[in-house]
Design a protein around this ligand. Structure first.
Ligand code: BEZ
Length: 229
């Protein structure tokens, strides 16, 4: 657990900082950054789009290369869902530029259409709790933040250094969040677009009665009701 208890250990302040992470339903921390698409103020760049901010451990590493090119190949699928992508690692802008060039050559992928943040001073990594010191004290883990158009963090996914993320799953969660928002529903296990959704459970007897009157639903019990959209 991350606590704020005072400590006399050297570098405790830095450790607390690297362990703090924004949580779901908090406002996404803002920052200014140098990226492969130029300097940007994160909140301004995001505007009123959904945004996925993701970290990768380091440039010129094999698993990261496959993740970033797959996201590039499928970037239109995010764009059509009004979602911007932005990557970050603790590398210099020169390293990022050289790697992006190299990826386009060796993996037959488009040049990354989304920006990569050069976080040499670890500012973004620390702000978002992307460094997990027991996994690595020097590079970010594979963290991924879903940030909605109101700049609120809506979901967070973490993977370790040695397991690449699944782009289908990244898209599925985005679609689930957007579907839940648009329709005031929840999404059940393994939900994918087109599947039935869950009518949120009642919080009062009045709501139980209102749910009893619902038509064209799959009623498993008073608290578990599914419907098609
Ligand atoms: C990789 O992306 O391949 C990787 C990065 C850091 C540690 C292990 C693997």
């Amino acid at each position: 657990m991350c606590t704020a208890s005072p400590s006399t250990t050297p570098n405790a302040g830095l450790r607390e900082q690297t362990r703090s992470l924004p949580r779901i339903s908090e406002t996404a921390p803002d920052f200014k950054a140098v990226t492969t698409h130029g300097e940007l103020q994160f909140s301004e760049w995001q505007g009123n789009s959904w945004t996925i901010l993701f970290s990768h451990p380091a440039d010129f590493t094999p698993v990261c290369s496959t993740e970033l090119t797959e996201l590039a190949k499928r970037s239109k699928e995010f764009e059509t869902k009004n979602c911007k992508l932005i990557g970050v690692s603790i590398d210099s802008i020169h390293s990022h530029l050289a790697w992006v060039d190299n990826l386009a050559k060796i993996l037959d992928a488009p040049r990354l259409p989304y920006p990569l943040i050069a976080d040499s001073d670890r500012k973004v990594a620390e702000l978002y709790g992307m460094i997990h010191p027991n996994e690595s004290a020097t590079v970010t883990v594979r963290a991924l933040f879903y940030i909605d158009p109101k700049h609120t963090i809506r979901a967070i996914i973490y993977y370790p250094l040695n397991v690449g993320r699944n782009v289908d799953e990244i898209l599925r969660v985005l679609e689930a969040l957007q579907t839940a928002d648009t329709n005031g529903v929840a999404c059940p296990v393994n939900w994918k677009k087109g599947d039935k959704v869950i009518v949120p459970p009642p919080k009062s007897y009045k709501e139980v009665e209102a749910r009893a009157a619902l038509q064209n639903v799959e009623r498993l019990d008073f608290y578990l009701i599914k419907k098609s959209l």
